[in-house]
Design a protein around this ligand. Sequence first.
Ligand code: SF4
Length: 387
Amino acid sequence: MSHGSTDEEVLLPVADGEPIALSAARIDELLGVGPADVDPAAALSFARNVFVPLTTACRYTCTYCTYFDPPGEASLLAPQEVREIARRGAEAGCTEALFTFGDDPDDRYTQIHEQLAVWGHGSVHSYLREACEIAIDEGLLPHANPGDQRREQLELVADVNASMGVMLETTADVDAHAGPRVKTPAQRLATIRTAGELGVPFTTGILVGIGETRRDRAISLLAIRALHERYDHVQEVIVQPVVENERWRGGTPDLETLRRTVAMARVALPPEVSLQVPPNLAAAGQLVDCGIDDLGGVSPVTADHINPAYAWPALDELERIAREAGVALHERLPVYPRYLPSELRPPAVDGATHPDGRSWLSDRIVEALTADTDAGDRYRAVIGGRG
Ligand code: SF4
């Protein structure tokens, strides 16, 4: 990105809105941060989830991504398939249905659009709403990642999700995002801003090693912080290394780079924002002292469809990481405790302030959390500290 910089500030464009202004001095300060500048977290958390790869269609072609399939080859899960995955997850004790996507399939994906029409949907977001309702019915809390989203798209699905997310990845313009349909940081920042305006508990993160510099990482992290300070909605930030696969031969960041990046993220972000590395993609055990406090989702029943070649470590592997680091391990829901209504929130946790003073979670999600059902019991057991 050609940052509109002066000596004092860096200006980041945000689609359909005011740019984000960052202090150049603050960016420079972060460049020198290392593991010695942070304290390790007292505990690590994780969530039990199932991956629901609703569609592999995507309008973009990021050069490191093995998730998307081109038109004619992309898959679209049928409602019954969604139901079966969710049911298996609930039976295995999961709490989260992690809906993975490409970004809005464009007109080239005629088969996808035709199939959606057969099922009575004019868009993938409309179908996502139905899929989230199926997951709730089967006893899971949806967390959807449908890529860049316009306000009306987010509004259509926000009340059937416990939280949502999109990776910012980087605020830099990198070749990895180029191609006939360029994925722009301004759109990603706008999605994070819109989630804040709508009061959606949100997960985002940076991707390390796709052509960005250390300074770009500092800028990306401070941009996330700036949006969180406005809306209080960023529940966690993922620091994810790019990994080699059949589409990406550009290497993966070394451990020292990751350690310095995680430490930088811990210093850049406010303490209430959780910091996660995915343990199937990074040596999480060697990053605990750099400030991570979350290990993401582990799935007992589905593969990681974003990075299928990298198996999820079993729960006992997470336990080993926590034990060797000398910290506790506890399970969490896909929505962090600060966003729960006060009657469900653990007493020691301060609630986040919704931009409009409302509850962060919809009636539909609160109903699921408080229901006198197996799923309700499971959710409340996690809030109460099972595992
Ligand atoms: S990383 Fe996301 S936006 Fe990029 S091609 Fe893959 S699925 Fe699409």
